[in-house]
Design a protein around this ligand. Sequence first.
Ligand SMILES: [Zn+2]
Length: 700
Amino acid sequence: MKNRLLALITLGFAFSTGSSALTPNDNPLMIDFNTPMQVVPFDNIRPEHYKPAFEAAMEQGRKAINAITVTKMVPDFRNTIEALEVANYPLKRIEAVFFNINSAETSREIQQIAQDISPVLTDYYNDITLNEALFSKVKSVYDKKESLALTTEQKKLLEDTYKSFVRNGANLNAAEKEEYRKVTAALSKLSLTFEENLLEETNSYQMHLTKESDLAGLPEFVREAAAMEAKSRKLEGWVFTLKAPSYIAFMKYADNRSLREELFRAYGSRCFHGNEKDNTAIIRQIVDLRLRMANLLGYPTYAAYVLEERMAGSPQKVNDFLKQLLDASLPVAKRDYQEVQDFARRSGVTAPVERWDWAYYSEKLKNEKFSLTDEMTKPYFRLEKVQEGIFNLATRLYGLTFKADATIPVYQKDVKAYQVFDENGAFLALLYVDYFPREGKQGGAWMTNYREQYRQGTTDFRPHVSLVLNFTKPTETKPSLLTYDEVRTFLHEFGHSLHSILSQCTYMSLSGTNVYRDFVELPSQIMENWAEQKEWLDEVAVHYQTGEKMPEALLASILKSRNFISGYASVRQLSFGMDDMAWHTLTDSLKVPVPAFEQAAMAAAELFPPVSGVSHSTAFAHIFSGGYAAGYYGYKWAEVLDADAFSVFKKNGIYDKATAKAFRENVLSKGGTENPMELYKRFRGQEPTIDALLEREGLK
Ligand SMILES: [Zn+2]
């Protein structure tokens, strides 16, 4: 997944006031959302509303924080820690709307606001963590924590609050604090620039084909989508782009090897053209500034700083973990590569299999081995039916029901809203679904919140969750049909949303998906396991025209092909984790060119001949703009957890309600209110091992 969980520190802000003639009553963001369930009134929000709303929310936050620091009362949990927690709720409300829109439905105007506002927000949050009077109050509560009668969640909030001050420079001297401010402000701007450059480079490329012979090998659905793309650009013929559905399909099916190479090179060289959208210098600056920040705070590397707050704990532990899995995966990956190479040779290719050949020949080999192509399975995975199957799964496991509600305002006409109810009929959450690619929408798939769950007094504010995906759009003749991989992606993001929907916490900063990064993928990845269960697939896979169930043989092929090139897939994920760790364990500025550095970092996991003119890191949004710095390994880490956790369902039954209940109560409802290993052990009865993963992937 690409999970857009907003980073607390880097997305802060404030403003120069005065330009807006709007009064608060004209600005829907500056008053209570006067809507059912206080949903965001998207239809009334205009870009010019954001800046004054941010300003007002920050002013409100400053006042609340000032009240904490000036009070003569003895600092205690309620008047200090809890007061601080809620001080920023108004600002979080605006941030959620704005940054989610910037990812899902942006424009030049919104991007400009993001650029203006991010450093202001960073300053605002720095003003909090570097506020000495405030920190001394927090510290005095922290120092007497043993004597306070606190709940488990309150204890966690106290510890997290204290640590967030220390980790954000509260113990630095005045000169260091000033530098810390400058470093974090620069970092927040650079991340945005990185992301904008990437979006621009992804959008600006097109491969325009006018000869039908160049389409050889492409299935009808791919041709149709490419023709539609051309039409929308007022061009004859077919247009292929670097957006996922178009790019992946071309690389998988196009017989024309040189066009595949052309498209691969375009994709692989995004933000690496030496022009003003090049990210090379940006990532060097980001990495330098992250290192400087870590050093200021007393850590030898940025990874050491980040990993202190992870299940893994340290760079050494992560590197050992990656190596352990690489050792298990590499022999299988080499066999996978050889098998595809041999197949290509049988098809008349004498040269080594290159990166732009991999998807193509492995797809053909898969077809030969399992009589399986995406084109054979896609008619059975109609989007609406898959959605129904996923909602039904949540019903069987957790008793949830989903009711479409067309009266809820949405930010784009294709977005749909559902009310989610618990088994006893109680309202649990609002769920938006946003399925198709657009200009102004980031690629990939993610889940996010417009409002996170929290309680105040006796009121339980239920979350407003959004699932954002990039599936193939319906055409004039066909509904949206998913590949099997897209079905898994859907389950994955839906799993994240369950973590939010089922949250039962008190404090927003600990609720839902606000957990350690290497734990956050457990609820999402465990859902993908159902895509490998015949019983579930039987319900979901129905032909969109005939209504017939997927034939047994085809279904069996999907399940049998589960571990096809799994060694390669494992090694590829590990190589991204290795690149990430290499960047973030640097102890000095990079002295070599970026491609040389990343090639060395990933060398132990490399199967292909090197390709010049491309760079993985300049488009590695996860670690340079997506909050996964020193955290990419977390996907594999969570796979260990999800395989281990799903083994309980396998043992007790994949729809076993008692197992689901235990998972809900111990993991999904608990957010970050306790150490994740403790939560996990309470569900599982023991710590996880890598055995279930190796077995599932056919790696042992
Ligand atoms: Zn995810």
